[in-house]
Design a protein around this ligand. Structure first.
Ligand SMILES: Cc1cc2nc3c(=O)[nH]c(=O)nc-3n(C[C@H](O)[C@H](O)[C@H](O)COP(=O)(O)OP(=O)(O)OC[C@H]3O[C@@H](n4cnc5c(N)ncnc54)[C@H](O)[C@@H]3O)c2cc1C
Length: 279
C-alpha cells in the first residue's frame, strides 16, 4: 500500500470517528445549522458545530498545508487532495469560515516574524480568534491608497486615530488587520503600514451599517487614540501596501475557489450559505 493509500485509510477512519453526524450529509434537517466563524464570543445552536471545529482545529486540518509548528496539518498537496476527497465523500460541512484563514494567515506566513506567526496562526487555525479587515475608509474605497487613518510613533506604541468603513463583521470580530498611514510625507503608496489591532483595546468602537434589507454584515470602525504595541506591525514600517495587495490576492483566490477547489463545501453548504448571506 502506498503512503497516500495509507493516509486515505487513516483519514477515512479518523473522519468516521470524529465527524459528528450533523456535520455530514444525511443530517436530520431539523438540526440547527450554525455559520461557524469562531472567536472569543462565538455562540453555537448545535454543540456538534463546536465539536467539529475543535476536532478539525486540533488536527490542523482547517489549514492542512500549514506546517505543524504553526498548528497546521503539515500535509503535502497530494494528502490535502485526499483529505478533501474524503471530506467531500461524506458531505462534511466546512468547520470554520474565517478571514484569518482566507486572508491574514497566508500573509503572516510570508511577512510575519517567527514570534508573530507562532502567536497568531495557531489561534486562526483553531478558530479561537475572529478577524476582520480594516481597509476601506470613507473617501478611500477604490482609491484605497489615499487612506488617512493615522498611526503615530509614540515610542513603544503607535497611536491610532481614524475611521474604517464597510468592515464586515467588525462588531463580532476579536482583532482587525488594518492599513494605517505611518508616513504622511511619503508618496501615498509608500506611507502605509499593516497593523494588527485587538478590538478590545480602549478607543476601538464599531457601529453597524444597516442596509435597505434591514440587515447587514457591515460596520463602521472607529479608532480614537488607540495605543497599539509596535510588535503588532507586520513587515517593515511603510511597506504595508505590498502586504495589502498580497492579502487581496489571497482574498480573491478564496472567493473564486470557495466551496469548489477546497472540495469541502458540499452543494448543500454553498446553497445554505448563499441563502443566509445577508447582503
Ligand atoms: C460584500 C462586501 C464586503 C466588504 N467587506 C469589506 C471589509 O471587510 N473591509 C473593508 O475594508 N472593505 C470591505 N468592503 C469594501 C470594498 O472592498 C471596497 O473598498 C468598497 O466597496 C469600494 O469603495 P466605495 O464603496 O467607497 O466605492 P467608491 O470608491 O466610491 O466607488 C464607487 C463607484 O465609483 C467608481 N469609481 C471610483 N473611482 C472612479 C474613478 N476615478 N473613475 C471612474 N469610476 C470610479 C467605482 O468603480 C465604483 O463603481 C466590502 C465590500 C463588499 C461589496
Amino acid at each position: 500500500m502506498s503512503n497516500l493509500d495509507k493516509f486515505r485509510e487513516e483519514t477515512k477512519e479518523w473522519l468516521d470517528k470524529n465527524c459528528p453526524p450533523s456535520m455530514r450529509s444525511g443530517a436530520d434537517p431539523k438540526t440547527p445549522v450554525d455559520e461557524v466563524w469562531g472567536g472569543r464570543n462565538a455562540e453555537y445552536k448545535n454543540p456538534e458545530s463546536k465539536l467539529w471545529l475543535d476536532r478539525m482545529g486540533e488536527k490542523g486540518w482547517t489549514m492542512p498545508t500549514v506546517s505543524k509548528e504553526y498548528g497546521g496539518g503539515g500535509l503535502t498537496k497530494d494528502e490535502v487532495k485526499v483529505l478533501n476527497e474524503e471530506l467531500f465523500s461524506i458531505g462534511a460541512k466546512l468547520p470554520l469560515l474565517s478571514f484569518g484563514i482566507w486572508m491574514l494567515a497566508p500573509v503572516l506566513l510570508e511577512y510575519g516574524t517567527e514570534k508573530q506567526k507562532k502567536e497568531h496562526i495557531p489561534k486562526i487555525i483553531k478558530g479561537e480568534i475572529r478577524w476582520c479587515q480594516g481597509y476601506s475608509e470613507p473617501g478611500s474605497g477604490s482609491d484605497l491608497a489615499s487612506l488617512s487613518t493615522k498611526a503615530e510613533d509614540k515610542g513603544k506604541n503607535f497611536l491610532v486615530n481614524g475611521q474604517k468603513v464597510w468592515t464586515s463583521y467588525a462588531d463580532k470580530a476579536d482583532w482587525i488587520f488594518a492599513l494605517v498611514r505611518t508616513g504622511p510625507k511619503e508618496p501615498k503608496h509608500d506611507g502605509i503600514s499593516f497593523l494588527l489591532i485587538d478590538m478590545e483595546t480602549a478607543g476601538v468602537t464599531t457601529k453597524p451599517i444597516t442596509l435597505i434589507s434591514g440587515k447587514s454584515p457591515f460596520c463602521e470602525t472607529f479608532f480614537d487614540n488607540v495605543e497599539v504595541p509596535k510588535e503588532n506591525l507586520i513587515g517593515e514600517l511603510n511597506s504595508g501596501w505590498t502586504i495589502a495587495k498580497k492579502l487581496l490576492q489571497h482574498e480573491r483566490a478564496f472567493i473564486s475557489n470557495f466551496g469548489l477547489a477546497s472540495g469541502m463545501g458540499s452543494k448543500r453548504d454553498i446553497v445554505s450559505i448563499a441563502k443566509k448571506t445577508s447582503w
